[in-house]
Design a protein around this ligand. Structure first.
Ligand code: 5GP
Length: 221
């Protein structure tokens, strides 16, 4: 039987996290996906209780004050707060499920302090061009040039954190299931050998991405 364990799954916007998590949930019945609470507004197509619980600042603060979050992120100067409801995680760990948290690096670090056997996994695309293709090809939201640029800049910043994850997976087009299988193996064994963050890859990715962002900006003007 599995021992309950947490998987923190992060990745560039457009790297295919959602598809991988979906494959994981469909293929294996011992995964539970945590739905975070947020004060940000829903985007087109997002459903309350599915992507997030969309709540007011007052409600978010209330949960914080009641110690209802396992971890939370408060971004200084931004109105976007995010938190992982504690009860869902505890209930599923008690059932020996693997709990998936789709959260960012600092949240993952907070969780690791509480549950040291948490495994953190970062999802990337093979190249920055793949990332752009994915972002521009999204049909679920009308994604304009500025939004793509913003997400690419976020990805550029996130490159600095990949080394803090236990594992890095390259999601090649159409290979989401292979990533899901790799995650299952990592969760079962607690062993990330062969999947450690490849910092040479990340540096190259980062340099290329930086160039592409600049070029796109110039071409636009
Ligand atoms: P977005 O607003 O694009 O859905 O998410 C923005 C960032 O917030 C992403 O990096 C996502 O992983 C992170 N995030 C989502 N939910 C949580 C949460 O409950 N806790 C933390 N720490 N980060 C979260």
């Amino acid at each position: 039987m599995n021992k309950g364990r947490i998987a923190v799954i992060s990745g560039f916007s457009g790297a295919g996290k959602g598809t991988i998590v979906k494959a994981l949930m469909e293929k294996y019945d011992h995964y539970a996906l945590s739905v975070s609470m947020t004060t940000r507004a829903p985007r087109d197509g997002e459903v309350h209780g599915r992507e997030y619980y969309f709540v007011t600042h007052e409600d978010f603060r209330k949960v914080m004050d009641e110690d209802g979050f396992l971890e939370y992120a408060y971004y200084e100067g931004s109105s976007n707060n995010y938190g992982t409801p504690r009860a869902f995680v505890e209930e599923n760990l008690a059932k020996n499920n693997y709990v998936i948290l789709e959260i960012e690096v600092q949240g993952g670090a907070q969780v690791k302090k509480i549950y040291p056997d948490t495994l953190s996994i970062f999802i990337v695309t093979p190249t920055p061009q793949d990332l752009i293709r994915q972002l521009e090809g999204r049909k679920d939201q009308s994604i304009d040039f500025a939004t793509v640029q913003k997400r690419l800049r976020t990805a550029l910043r996130e490159c600095a954190d990949v080394g803090r994850y236990d594992a890095m997976l390259i999601n090649e087009s159409g290979r989401a299931e292979a990533c899901a299988d790799a995650i299952e193996k990592i969760m079962q064994t607690g062993d990330v050998t062969g999947h450690e963050p490849d910092l040479t890859f990340v540096e190259k990715f980062k340099a290329e991405l930086e160039d592409i962002i600049e070029k796109r900006e110039k071409e636009r003007n």
